[in-house]
Design a protein around this ligand. Structure first.
Ligand code: FRU
Length: 486
């Protein structure tokens, strides 16, 4: 087959027939997920525009249809009534205007007068200059059609480098004003957030300046996907600092984390009340987004891309890559974010599987109760009990370690193959969700989460476990309608 040129791969998708061949390759993959949102073909990255409206959850994501690479980004739209059963609706944003000919980059959604509005970065790409980022808006009609507003809300600021993107729209009750946070980079290469303000989300936006985050003036070289969330009396600043080296992460420099603190819009200051914490202790999790306008006002749900920038995956050769994490419910405990799998996932359970078989189904939930003591569990081990993904806990130091170096298929090894976290309390519970190519490990009811892609081969479906109080394994059903729709 003739190799495609750069231009052919970076074009706007016009019809389903253009990706039919890619689709055949993608769906023949043994690693297609059963209950995690994944792209019909090509590459999925950040979740975008996560919102609840009129009995329906909407999620969009960054999508390059043409293969597992970061080509021209479209927004793909999926919906769910319960955050568990998802169905594909097709492309929401096509990068087909002057302001977004270089891609429709990440953004968020907001309900204005009952209609979902999408705020996103339109990337204008001019052959002779660097890409310019415009903050654009679109409206979702009742029949899920997207109408772009013809003019952007605002263009790039020349006080920062061209890295300005990922608008997060926020309404502040106290001032009665709207704010947009933009992830950005100062000219001396420090990551930051630029804040815009308006009294009307559809117009009158003006720049207020850089968000002050005392102590974080030089913390990574670019902050992607910023967000400000409220949980009880706490404000939480979530973002992805880049070019930041962290111990135990090899040469990986892309991270997603948060700071708890308090936000003051008058002085444009977010005052941290503690350190920067990682959102997830596994290998692949990035660009997390919280849903806007949840059905119950006090609930906070988060979803993230089970991937990382600058990484490659075994399915790249099958013309697809990326999936979402399970949605999680956020709360705060001891000044840490707690992430629990959302309520209702129990409905995915099918048959109970006997642990004595020592064989894992392709899709499974495992619930383990442990008395605080040293503990070890290996998932995806070979029939003789060797290899696999090991979860190891040392009670003396309260260290829990996930190590995937025992798998046949190893990838992104430069980011390190094991991750350790010191638990607040001794290990008592594990709740593990396994899909065809991912594992999410919730430790002690959300105290820590380890999220990772994993690509077991045919001889890697065993498991081993040290002594524990109880273990239940359920096979899980299919909750993703993977329809081929654009
Ligand atoms: C994060 C990110 C965003 C950008 C998008 C492009 O993964 O780089 O900053 O808007 O992906 O796909």
């Amino acid at each position: 087959m003739k190799k495609k040129t750069e231009n052919e791969m970076n074009r706007v998708l016009m019809s389903l027939s253009e990706i039919e061949e890619l689709r055949k390759t993608a769906v023949s993959s043994i690693y297609r997920q059963s209950y995690h949102i994944q792209p019909i073909t090509g590459l999925m990255n950040d979740p975008n525009g996560f919102i609840y409206n009129n009995g329906m959850w909407h999620l969009f994501y960054q999508w390059c249809p043409w293969g597992a690479f970061h080509g021209l980004k479209h927004w793909y739209h999926v919906v769910s009534e319960d955050l568990i059963n998802w169905k594909n609706l097709g492309v929401a944003l096509y990068p087909d205007t002057y302001f977004d000919n270089g891609g429709d980059f990440t953004g968020t959604a907001y309900n204005i007068n009952g209609l979902i509005h999408l705020f996103y970065s339109g990337i204008h790409s001019d052959k002779n200059s660097e890409a310019e980022s415009y903050t654009c808006m679109a409206k979702l009609t009742d029949d899920n059609r997207v109408k772009k507003y013809s003019a952007p809300l605002f263009g790039p600021s020349d006080e920062y480098t061209h890295n300005q993107r990922d608008p997060k729209i926020i309404y502040d009750d106290d001032s009665g004003k709207y704010y947009i946070f933009i992830g950005a980079q100062t000219k001396d290469q420090n990551g930051c957030i630029i804040v815009y303000e308006s009294d009307d989300p559809k117009k009158n936006w003006h720049m207020r300046g850089r968000l002050h985050v005392p102590g974080f003036e030089s913390f990574g070289s670019m902050w992607e996907c910023p967000s400000l969330e409220q949980l009880g009396s706490h404000d939480i600043l979530i973002f992805c600092p880049q070019q930041l080296t962290l111990e135990g992460h090899g040469t990986g420099t892309n991270h997603n984390g948060y700071i708890i603190g308090s936000m003051d819009f008058d002085s444009l200051t977010f005052t941290p009340d503690g350190a920067f914490h990682l959102l997830d202790f596994g290998f692949e999790s990035y660009a997390a987004e919280c849903a806007a306008n949840t059905e119950e006002a006090n609930k906070k749900y988060l979803i993230a891309w089970m991937g990382l920038p600058d990484s490659s995956f075994p399915t790249d050769k099958e013309a697809w890559s990326g999936c979402m994490t399970l949605p999680r419910e956020l709360t705060i405990r001891h000044r840490r974010l707690i992430q629990k799998p959302i309520h209702g996932l129990e409905s995915m359970r099918k048959a109970l599987v006997s642990p004595s078989l020592k064989v894992l189904p392709d899709t499974a939930e495992i619930a383990v109760t442990i008395y605080p003591d040293d503990f070890n569990m290996t998932l995806f081990s070979k029939p003789d009990g060797t290899g696999g993904l090991s979860i190891d806990y040392k009670d003396k130091t309260r260290e829990i370690t996930l190590d995937r170096s025992g798998m046949n298929i190893r990838f992104n090894v430069e980011n390190g193959e094991s991750r350790t976290r010191v638990l607040e309390n001794g290990l008592t519970h594990l709740r593990i969700f396994i899909d065809k190519s991912s594992v999410e490990i919730f430790v002690n009811d959300g105290d820590a989460v380890f999220t990772s892609r994993i690509f077991p081969e045919a001889d890697e479906h065993g498991f081993t476990i040290s002594e524990c109080t109880s273990i239940n394994i359920w096979e899980l059903g299919h909750t993703l309608e993977d329809d081929f729709i654009i």
